[in-house]
Design a protein around this ligand. Structure first.
Ligand code: PMP
Length: 423
């Protein structure tokens, strides 16, 4: 039974039971129309209202400034990697092209010749690689634009025995220098789901007057803490952890990256430069211009996300996402505190300063496979499910997303205590 278990899976992850109960109703009969939400047009007034309300709840929770747009896409978190590359590289190229054209005039061949040289020498995408998701994002960038254009400004494995688990000090990062024009963008993953590494705060070296465009993947810590949205060019994340069910990704985008403020390179120019032309469904201007309805948006998924967010708005009132942040911090504090109490039994994988509040990764008895199996079996008997670590790293991972209740976290703590004492 649903009420007998607590699920700590890393995503898809639990959703509030009240939302799921309502969901089962709206699937059959939305707003007494006699037809369900998956059956009505994404262009209907009902769908438009759902879209508007969901955006409003998100804007309220995160205090999203007016000069930001919210897009819904079906690309998942992974599509988020690719779309940032396609779009921001296109903007970067067009800026360079326009500048060269100003100097050279109408001679298209000459413009292209010079532009090719500029791209060859100056196009840099900076990636902070602090875990397997930022690593994947950097690999996707290299696949799309070529490895020579990808600057891995930091690879956290290098200072940690070849493993992820820390965030090296900013003084050790090798960002593309601003005085050399800077990178087209700097990319990081705010919370690394597999490795349990979370940025404690916004990196200071990405701030300032001539700050680069900053992109953050917040798939696994979206709406779990306050975020100063104005510091980011793009924030994106798949919905299936803190927000809703699988099927949509949310993109929060600075409006100056959209026309008319930003111009994008033409497909012809990109092709001539051997740079990729992105699929239309990943094209920010197209999606934004059409209020995320360029193609058929799964409105049911948006509805679920909207219900989850509206629930948080109601629960936390004027504290907004700060209310959820307090709860998330407290739940993770309880769990880490208990793990730290038994150093002979448990070892938290990431370093203290980089510990994620969302994905708590640890080993039992130094990673002894049989003992970890027994630990998981004991947890399962207590109704504590989904604790197995990612297949690539093993161990135990307790994902502590918003829908994991404080009671659930406390039951896990009780089990951690019991197991350690009997070990
Ligand atoms: N980024 C992060 C931080 C993730 O945790 C995940 C999925 N676990 C992804 C990206 C990829 O998301 P998707 O599977 O929706 O493509």
């Amino acid at each position: 039974n649903r009420s007998d278990v607590h699920y700590f899976g890393a995503g898809p992850a639990p959703l509030p039971t009240t939302v799921l109960e309502q969901a089962s109703q709206v699937l059959l009969n939305y707003n007494n129309k006699g037809i369900g939400l998956c059956e009505i047009s994404h262009r209907s007034p009902e769908a438009n209202e759902i879209l508007a309300n969901t955006k409003q709840s998100l804007a309220t929770l995160l205090d999203i400034p007016d000069d930001y747009d919210i897009l819904f896409m079906q690309s998942g978190g992974t599509g988020g990697f690719s779309s940032t590359v396609y779009n921001l590289v296109s903007i970067w190229v067009e800026k360079k092209r326009a500048k060269i054209a100003e100097e050279v005039g109408d001679d298209k061949e000459e413009v292209l010749k010079r532009l090719r040289k500029v791209v060859d020498e100056e196009l840099k995408l900076d990636y902070l690689v602090t875990g397997s998701w930022s690593l994947k994002a950097s690999q996707e960038a290299a696949r799309l634009v070529g490895a020579k254009h990808v600057n891995v400004a930091v690879d956290a494995r290098k200072s940690n025995d070849g493993k992820f688990g820390s965030i090296p000090p900013e003084s050790e990062w090798s960002l593309t220098p601003r005085k050399a024009g800077g990178p087209a963008f700097v990319y990081f993953c705010d919370n690394e789901t597999v490795d349990g590494v979370e940025f404690p705060s916004f990196p200071a070296s990405l701030e300032g007057d001539d700050a680069p465009l900053v992109i953050a993947d917040m798939s696994s810590n979206f709406i779990s803490r306050k975020v100063d949205v104005s510091k980011y060019a793009v924030i994106f994340g798949g919905a299936q952890k803190n927000i809703g069910n699988t099927g949509i990704a949310i993109v929060i985008l600075r409006k100056s990256l959209l026309p008319p403020t930003s111009a994008y390179a033409s497909a012809e120019t990109l092709r001539a430069l051997n740079l990729p032309v992105g699929p239309i469904v990943l094209d920010y201007p197209t999606v934004a211009k059409n209020n995320s309805l360029y193609n058929t948006l799964p409105i049911f998924d948006v509805w679920v996300a909207g219900q989850v967010m509206a629930g948080l708005v109601t629960t936390y009132g004027t504290k907004k996402i700060g209310g959820q942040e307090d709860v998330s911090n407290e739940k993770s504090r309880l769990i880490y505190e208990t793990l730290d109490k038994y150093p002979d039994v448990y070892r938290v994988v990431p370093s203290k300063a980089a510990r994620s509040r969302m994905n708590i990764c640890f080993r039992v008895h130094g990673g002894d496979a049989d003992k970890e199996k027994a630990f998981l079996a004991g947890a399962e008997k207590k109704g504590l499910l989904g604790l197995k670590g990612h297949r690539s790293v093993g161990g135990i991972r307790a994902s502590n997303y918003n829908a994991v209740s404080t009671d659930g976290a406390k039951l896990l703590v009780t089990y951690l205590d019991e197991y350690a004492k009997s070990a």
